[in-house]
Design a protein around this ligand. Structure first.
Ligand code: ASP
Length: 434
């Protein structure tokens, strides 16, 4: 008898749907404590497993990738093209967000009453985000460069937030390997190749757990969202419905218009094939709200399903997870203008251009973890003279929008990786892969 093989993305989708169903049931049956104590930990374990392999994966695959480059000039070419594409896609995303929010004007439909209620309700949470943002904005203009160079590699590897430092060291290490004669580096090369294979196998194993992991994550998220009352969910969406719609519309435009056009212009890849190939990564991005946690799977999807070479993916994707956040920048633009509208402030052209600049920088600076975009939004608001406490207005729906914007963040990285691979002749055709 032939055993029917259900593709992984369907299993993950089933896990998500069942998770949402279970969460709703738990709210109705007052089983939220049960969900938090007995279901949520499995979701946390799943995210921890993904994060656990991120540093060794980036380290080993980047060293292997750089060391196998035939010449150093190709690295600087790939590097400059990648950064240019990341910047262009982010600016496009912010502009899309601004066009939508200025057309729909969701803030004009937000009542004064709700404004006061939300400000009071989320005052303490807002303060915590403002403190986190203050630490960032107190830094000098070149601090980001200083932050890229670690003073201790063990220290850098001990925190997933230091991905740029790990990238820096891995590139330095790989480049130095190219400069030395082969016989001096042959064992080290073999060692990192081996590590890389082992980690990729671990990714496979963890992905087998994905359907259960996303079930647990979504079930506990539903309970957290609703605070134990299903009416809270409905109420939130009626107050912030139009704002959420503006963000979601923008995110859809990125996924359904901008990325397909970019792929069409620079590659021969069909978008349906692209979309199917990266779907497991998108589903995980949605469930974990973290591009960093999703990174191992994004790399696997790009390499094994899209045919992007390891040399390209190991450089472009970790960098993208850290600095390229199209979804986040689009959301920041919509949120900033929405908050201004709700406060009755009309932002002129120069202020909107300031948003293009600050939202681009803020998304580069945002960590690839849940809620990071909201912290940086405080800085975007400050740049156009708005009261940062305005973030209280959008707090309630932020987590769900975070899930969606993370999908766009990851899709944007995969798009750029595919384009770079294609222009470098590093994209295997599917006949070669089978
Ligand atoms: N959660 C997002 C990510 O990891 C960042 C954010 O917008 O909060 O890509």
């Amino acid at each position: 008898m032939v055993k029917k093989h259900i593709p992984l993305h369907w299993k993950i989708i089933l896990g998500m749907v069942l998770g949402v169903g279970f969460g709703l049931l738990a709210i109705v049956l007052n089983a939220d404590q049960f969900t938090t104590h007995w279901i949520k930990p499995f979701g946390t374990i799943f995210i921890n497993l993904l994060k656990l392999i991120a540093v060794p994966l980036v380290f080993a695959s980047l060293i292997k990738g750089v060391a196998s480059l035939s010449d150093i000039s190709s690295l600087s070419r790939i590097g400059s093209r990648t950064i240019a594409l990341y910047l262009v896609s982010t600016v496009l995303a912010v502009t899309t967000g601004l066009l939508i929010v200025n057309t729909l004007q969701p803030g004009n439909f937000f009542s004064e009453e709700k404004r006061i209620e939300f400000k009071e309700k989320y005052a303490s949470k807002t303060e915590a985000k403002m403190e986190a943002a203050a630490q960032v904005s107190d830094q000098g203009p070149l601090q980001f460069l200083v932050d890229i160079v670690p003073q201790n590699i063990m220290d850098a590897s001990s925190n997933n937030k230091n991905m740029l430092q790990i990238i820096f060291f891995a590139i330095l290490f790989g480049l130095t390997m190219i400069m030395l004669p082969d016989e001096k580096t042959v064992y080290v090369k073999g060692f990192f190749e081996g590590i890389n294979e082992i980690i990729l196998k671990i990714v496979d194993l963890i992905m087998k757990m994905a359907p259960y992991g996303v079930f647990a994550l979504l079930a506990s998220l539903m309970v957290d969202f609703s605070d134990g009352d299903v009416h809270n969910l409905v109420e939130l969406f009626s107050a912030l419905g139009l704002y959420s719609l503006a963000v979601i519309l923008g995110l859809f435009i990125m996924i359904l218009v901008v990325y397909p056009v970019v792929l069409k212009l620079f590659t021969k890849m069909s978008y349906v094939k692209f979309f199917k190939s990266i779907m497991p990564a998108q589903l995980l991005a949605f469930s974990t709200s973290s591009s960093a946690a999703t990174l191992p799977v994004t790399m696997e999807c790009c390499e094994d399903h899209l045919g992007v070479s390891k040399e390209v993916s190991s450089f472009v994707l970790p960098l993208g997870a850290t600095i390229n956040m199209d979804g986040t920048s689009l959301y920041q633009a919509v949120a900033a203008v929405f908050i201004a509208q709700a406060f009755g402030v009309d932002l002129g052209l120069s202020q909107q251009l300031t948003i293009v600049l600050t939202a681009t920088l803020a998304s580069i600076g945002a960590a690839a973890v849940p809620g990071a975009g909201l912290v940086m939004l405080v800085i975007v608001l400050g740049s156009v003279g708005m009261d940062p406490e305005g973030v209280a207005l959008i707090f309630a729906v932020d987590r769900i929008l975070d899930m969606l914007r993370t999908v766009v963040n990851v899709t944007g990285d995969a798009t750029v990786a595919t384009v770079i691979a294609s222009t470098e002749g590093e994209l295997r055709s599917f006949s070669e892969m089978d």
